[in-house]
Design a protein around this ligand. Structure first.
Ligand code: OFO
Length: 168
């Protein structure tokens, strides 16, 4: 069993993960509309991974004999100026998710809930990877993205991303 405070913050995190899935799916649609199918593929796979992140939390809350409360998912909002601009917004979004996960870790320590604190380590590490991957894409876009031929090559690279489902 987990405390009500831990249950509530984990439910909030489920909502944030599903919002992330929605956000990436809408970005995938945007990239597809402007012919960047590799970028679209990258964002669509990220959307699937975000659903996995939400589902891992969902199963954890149920597995601890607690309650899942699914709240409303907000409409995703982002500016559609350029691929670089979208990726800079992705970076800011992931920073905010990292902060949210840090707060979950901190709260579980305050509640002396070491099992949940241990479970959250996976998310802390995942956020490090996500921020690093997005930073690498931003660096490439800044260095070469103004050239159409380079943007084409980056798009081709992102089209190679594959989805590896996570067991939960
Ligand atoms: Fe779930 O890591 Fe991104 O948002």
């Amino acid at each position: 069993m987990i405390s009500d405070k831990v249950r509530d913050i984990l439910n909030e995190q489920i909502n944030k993960e599903f919002y992330s899935a929605y956000l990436y799916l809408s970005m995938s649609a945007y990239f597809s509309e402007i012919g960047l199918y590799g970028f679209s593929n990258w964002a669509k796979i990220q959307s699937k991974e975000e659903i996995d992140h939400g589902m891992i939390l969902f199963e954890y809350v149920l597995g601890r004999n607690s309650q899942v409360h699914l709240g409303q998912i907000s409409t995703p909002s982002f500016d559609l100026n350029s691929p670089l601009d979208v990726f800079e917004q992705i970076y800011m979004h992931e920073r905010s998710i990292t902060e949210a996960i840090d707060c979950v870790a901190h709260m579980t320590e305050g509640e002396c809930d070491l099992a949940t604190r241990n479970f959250i380590d996976w998310y802390l590490n995942e956020q490090i990877e996500e921020e690093a991957e997005v930073s690498r894409i931003i660096a490439k876009l800044k260095a070469f993205g103004a050239e159409k031929s380079a943007l084409y090559l980056i798009d081709r690279e992102l089209s190679a991303r594959e989805y590896s489902p996570i067991d939960y």
